[in-house]
Design a protein around this ligand. Sequence first.
Ligand SMILES: Cc1cc2nc3c(=O)[nH]c(=O)nc-3n(C[C@H](O)[C@H](O)[C@H](O)COP(=O)(O)O)c2cc1C
Length: 231
Amino acid sequence: MTAAIVDDAIRSRMSVRAFLPKDVAREDIEAILDVASRAPSGTNCQPWKVYVLQGASRDALVDKTCAAHDAIRANPELAAQYQEEYDYYPAQWVSPYIDRRRKNGWGLYGLLGIGKADKDKMHVQHQRNFRFFDAPVGLMFTVDKVMGRGSLVDYGAFLQNIMVAARGRGLHTCPQAAWNGFSSIILPHIGAGEGEMLVCGMSLGYADPDAPVNTFHTPRVPVADFTRWME
Ligand SMILES: Cc1cc2nc3c(=O)[nH]c(=O)nc-3n(C[C@H](O)[C@H](O)[C@H](O)COP(=O)(O)O)c2cc1C
């Protein structure tokens, strides 16, 4: 194993937001989940539960969630019905995170020619999340609510493994917290048990190489900015 191969798999991962209508082999999905499950987890709890949506089950979830998303647009009071089960983002944004978030959001919308006042276009672009960005495979991840917050740390390792293993098979992904507010639609749809909480969703498929949105590459702060060396 060389650093170059591992680094390339990690560096070539990006959030893809336009996929080709090309099926993904079940063997590939299974192999990705199998290798991803080598992720470490505290005391080897392996807290992940995965739901793979394809075909009619995928399409039906897309329809239901897009309808709810449209309904909220028409009547914003409905948003109160759709609550996230855990805080993915902070209640109060502070610098430098708010600055990075804005740069990311406006970078993406700028690339797509969506201005601050283009609420219709913004809604359509946001709704692309609930179409899995046209990916043929949608993944939903849940965790048993009895588990501690540490399980979300374990989950991060598992999710990253999926995204990197996908690269090894020519596939791309987009992790999606956008679904989290719609767990009241998603959990019954996938048949999740009473005690399960939605962690996030993910699109999986082959990237559309011609889609401008997929030319969006995000920067990172240099190592020196987030690391302190102590001797
Ligand atoms: C847990 C998680 C949830 C995310 N949710 C969304 C989402 O709902 N929609 C979306 O377009 N991108 C989502 N992203 C992608 C981030 O915006 C993206 O990772 C970040 O901007 C860095 O870009 P990159 O993934 O291309 O390197 C999510 C990322 C993570 C890790």
